[in-house]
Design a protein around this ligand. Structure first.
Ligand SMILES: [Zn+2]
Length: 82
């Protein structure tokens, strides 16, 4: 049974559950329980973890680029963020 939305890479329900259990049943980024969880893969197709829909979308909007994410953190902190 495949439950991933990416047609190029599929995981079994067991692989999904194992990845989610390893994260304590929550999104790997925001640590929230979500009904809309998706598997996140690296460019080679290896499972990185399980993310909620919002975190997966945010990661994609930043083009999976850690430099852009660091810039966003700096921007938020310099403009009143915690
Ligand atoms: Zn999340």
């Amino acid at each position: 049974m495949s439950i991933d939305h990416n047609p190029a890479v599929f995981v079994t329900a067991g692989e999904f559950k194992a990845a989610l259990d390893q994260q304590g049943g929550v999104c790997a980024v925001c640590h929230k329980v979500s009904r809309r969880l998706v598997v996140d893969h690296d460019s080679e197709g290896a499972v990185r973890g399980v993310l909620c829909h919002d975190c997966k979308a945010a990661k994609g909007m930043l083009h999976n680029d850690p430099r852009l994410l660091r810039n966003m953190i700096d921007y938020l902190r310099s403009n009143g963020g915690s």
